[in-house]
Write a protein that binds this ligand. Structure first.
Ligand code: HEC
Length: 212
C-alpha cells in the first residue's frame, strides 16, 4: 500500500464519518423532543359537548342560585378529578396543586409551602383576593381564562351543576363551613367591600340642568 492509497482510504473514512455525523445532526433537529417545561402532566379533559355550542360564561347563572340546588355528595365524586393534583384533608400535603382544606374564603395563593405561579400571585393582589364562592365559580369554569397564567392544568367544569356540586363539596372541607350565599342575590354579593351598590334613591348620575 503506498501512501496515496492510504490517503484515499483515510479520506473515504473521514467522508463517511462526516455524512453519518451530519445525518445525526439533521435528524436530531427533525425529531427533537425537548424536555417539558414543567414536570408532571396536565389533565386537559374537555367534557363532551358533542359539537353543541358551549354556553358563554357571561350568561352564567349566579353561584348562589346554583349552590341552592347543589349536592355536596355528588361533588365528592367529582372531586376525584381534582385529587389527581389536590388533597382535601386538614393539614394534607401539597401535591401538584395546594391542599384545598378550608379553601372557601381562603386568601388566594396563600397556602403555606406551595410555590404558586406568578399568574396566580398577580390575581391574589398580595393576599387581598379571597376564594369567594363567586371567584371559585368563575375559576373552575375555565381556570386559564379567569386567572391568566395559572399553572393549574385543568380544563375546567363548564357544566353548571357539576361545578356547583364540587363547590358545595369544597365548602364541607372545613371545621366551620362558610354560610351559603342567599339565592337570588347578585352574582358578586359574596365579594368583599367593593361590591357595595349605591343605595336606592341615590342622587342621579346626570347633573341637574341649571335653573333659568
Ligand atoms: C392537573 C392538576 C390539577 C387538577 C386536576 C386540578 N388542579 Fe387546582 N390547582 C393546580 C395547581 C398546579 C394549582 C396552583 C395554580 C397556580 O399557582 O397558578 C391549583 C390551584 C387551585 C386553587 C387555588 C388554591 C389557592 O390556594 O389559591 C383552587 C381553588 C383549585 N386549584 C381547585 C381545583 C378544583 C376544585 C379542581 C377539580 C375540579 C382542581 N383544582 C383540579 C392543579 C390542578
Amino acid at each position: 500500500m503506498d501512501s496515496n492509497e492510504v490517503n484515499k482510504l483515510l479520506g473515504g473514512f473521514l467522508g463517511t464519518c462526516f455524512v453519518i455525523f451530519s445525518i445525526g445532526l439533521v435528524s436530531d433537529g427533525l425529531f427533537a423532543s425537548p424536555a417539558p417545561e414543567k414536570p408532571g402532566f396536565a389533565i386537559e379533559a374537555q367534557e363532551g359537548t358533542a359539537g353543541g355550542p358551549v354556553a358563554p360564561a357571561a350568561e352564567a347563572k349566579p353561584i348562589a342560585d346554583l349552590l341552592a340546588a347543589a349536592s355536596a355528595d355528588k361533588g365528592a365524586a367529582i372531586f376525584k378529578k381534582c385529587q389527581a393534583c389536590h388533597s382535601g384533608e386538614k393539614g394534607g400535603p401539597n401535591k401538584v396543586g395546594p391542599d384545598l382544606w378550608d379553601v372557601v374564603d381562603r386568601p388566594v395563593a396563600e397556602h403555606a409551602g406551595f410555590a404558586y405561579s406568578s399568574g396566580m400571585k398577580d390575581f391574589s393582589k398580595g393576599g387581598q383576593e379571597h376564594w369567594t364562592y363567586d371567584n371559585l365559580n368563575h375559576f373552575l369554569t375555565s381556570p386559564k381564562k379567569f386567572v391568566k397564567g395559572t399553572a393549574m392544568g385543568f380544563a375546567g367544569l363548564p357544566k353548571d351543576e357539576e361545578r356547583a356540586d364540587v363547590i358545595a363539596y369544597l365548602r364541607t372541607l372545613s371545621d366551620n363551613p362558610k354560610p351559603l350565599p342567599a339565592p337570588g342575590a347578585a352574582a358578586d354579593a359574596s365579594k368583599p367591600a367593593d361590591a357595595a351598590k349605591p343605595a336606592e334613591g341615590a342622587a342621579p348620575a346626570a347633573p341637574a340642568a341649571p335653573a333659568q
